[in-house]
Design a protein around this ligand. Structure first.
Ligand code: XMP
Length: 479
């Protein structure tokens, strides 16, 4: 046995000491950062891969605001693929599989497809799948003869663009030609995609959105460490997942290292997040195995009881400082996962060296988290639960098609998480606006124009429990 000499600290043990600042407007401060070596985010926040936090709706909201959601793995592979696909389809400015009819179809066929799909324009191809025309709802306005061949109503002069056209180029063409649809056509004249004015406008609505190279919202997917999980990795990557989060409580383990190595070998381009760890050595082992980011946090989460049950963990601020130091040498970003209760905690985590934070319970109370709202004594709540809780495991069994959990299994299960009610907090966007505003304020107090600078300039001071008490509202009745 050995006892480490230093006292370990967490967020409530420290404050950022105010530094000289030349910042005039906090709101303009950039919160850009890196999730992995290759993946950039405009805000340093991930929603946690918990079944009460992140499914497609949460992931869409997070990516639109400039963060990212990690879809949890407590579901079948098919279901997780569906969740990833929903995010990918939410806001692409290029439709990969536009609806296409051919010259043998009639006006009636086009009307039926328009009614079924709500699409405002249908592309028409010849017998060799080459684009020859387009029919929009405007062309159908006064067409009463459903038997008429579509070739008699379609417009033959179609303005097209090549694959790879950017959103700015497409916008310029649509604007100059006063059109709403721009088919993407390859060298053979075959349709490979469609850009619409509607989709482009939608993407302008969320200027900070985290997107992949094809303009689709970014999303991550959690996987386990068993050999069979390689199938899950492959399926979610094919569906378009932008990063894989290897998700186990004790990430400094042989199983985790082996699965990272295998993923790296089989899918060299995949962005892999390894975790969770709480030590410098653990961080280094995951980086050596091939991780592109390391997630730090053993036991700080709001619904975790690992420290109570196993007596194991490291207070989160010290864990982040230690892990971030070695990760920095390898140019690998660190994610501070768990225990974030407010924006001040995030500012401290970033100052301690984290590039991003992962949040569970604070986001579990939003509209976009899975699960129903409940009302208790006039207040509204949603649920947050540890993924190592009995309840989460019982549900996982049924969602993965393994049947109901038995009483014997419940009795034998050593839970490391609890199920809890969290206050309802409205929309994710509202919560993130407050959190990002607080981070910018923390940056301003440290005189930092960027997250990188915050890390360099920040000075942390330790405080006593009385200092903490002084930091809260006191001697007043808060309304
Ligand atoms: P917060 O505090 O944001 O933390 O809710 C979210 C993180 O908590 C971790 N997590 C668990 N840890 N037992 C644990 O010890 C559990 O059952 C459990 N479930 C979630 C996880 O890292 C998550 O991102």
């Amino acid at each position: 046995m050995k006892i480490l000499p230093d006292l370990a600290l967490t967020y409530d043990d420290v404050l950022l000491v105010p530094q000289y600042s030349d910042i005039e407007s906090r709101k303009k401060l950039s919160t850009r950062t890196n999730l992995t070596r290759r993946l950039a985010l405009q805000i340093p926040i991930l929603s946690a891969n918990m079944d009460t936090v992140t499914e497609s709706e949460m992931a869409i909201a997070m990516a639109r605001e400039g963060g990212i959601g990690i879809i949890h793995r407590f579901m079948s592979i098919e279901e997780q693929v569906r969740q990833v696909t929903r995010v990918k389809k939410a806001e692409s400015f290029v439709v990969d599989d536009p609806i296409i009819l051919n010259v043998s179809h009639t006006v009636g066929d086009v009307k039926r497809i328009v009614a079924e799909t709500g699409s405002g324009g249908i592309l028409i191809t010849d017998g060799n799948a080459r684009l020859v025309g387009i029919v929009t709802t405007r062309d159908l306005l006064f067409e009463n003869d459903d038997a008429k061949p579509v070739t008699q109503v379609m417009r033959r002069e179609v303005i097209t663009a090549p694959p790879g056209t950017t959103s700015q180029q497409a916008m310029a063409i649509l604007h100059a030609r006063r059109i709403e649809k721009l088919p993407l056509v390859n060298g053979d004249g075959r349709v490979v995609g469609l850009i619409t004015q509607k989709d482009l406008t939608k993407s302008e609505q969320f200027p900070k959105a985290t997107k992949d190279a094809r303009g689709r919202l970014a999303v991550g997917a959690a996987v386990g460490v068993k050999e069979r999980e390689l199938q899950r990795v492959e399926s979610v990557l094919v569906a378009g997942a932008d990063c894989i989060v290897v998700d186990i409580a004790h990430g400094d383990s042989r199983q985790e290292i082996e699965i990272i190595q295998k993923i790296r070998q089989r899918f060299p381009d995949a962005q892999i997040v390894g975790g969770n760890v709480a030590t410098a050595d653990g961080t280094k082992r995951l980086i050596d195995a091939g991780a592109d980011a390391v997630k730090v946090g053993v036991g700080p989460g709001a619904v975790c009881i690992t420290r109570v049950v196993a007596g194991a963990g490291v207070p989160q601020l010290s864990a982040v400082i230690e892990c971030a130091q070695v990760a920095r040498d390898a140019d690998i970003p660190v994610i501070a996962d768990g225990g974030i209760r407010n924006s001040g905690d995030i500012a401290k985590a970033l100052a301690a060296g984290a590039a991003t934070v992962m949040i569970g319970s604070l986001l579990a109370g939003t509209d976009e988290s899975p699960g129903l709202m409940m009302t208790r004594k006039g207040h509204r709540y949603k649920t947050s639960r540890g993924m190592a809780s009995v309840q989460a495991n019982a549900d996982r069994k049924t969602r993965e098609g393994e049947g109901w959990i038995t009483q014997e299994e419940i009795d034998e299960y050593v839970s490391e998480g609890v199920e809890a009610a969290v206050p309802y907090r409205g929309k994710v966007k509202e919560v993130l606006t407050q959190l990002v505003g607080g981070i910018q304020s923390g940056m301003s107090y440290s005189g930092a124009h960027s997250i990188e600078e915050l890390r360099e300039k920040a000075v942390l001071v330790r405080m006593t429990p009385t200092g903490l008490r002084e930091s809260m509202p006191h001697d007043v009745d808060v309304l």
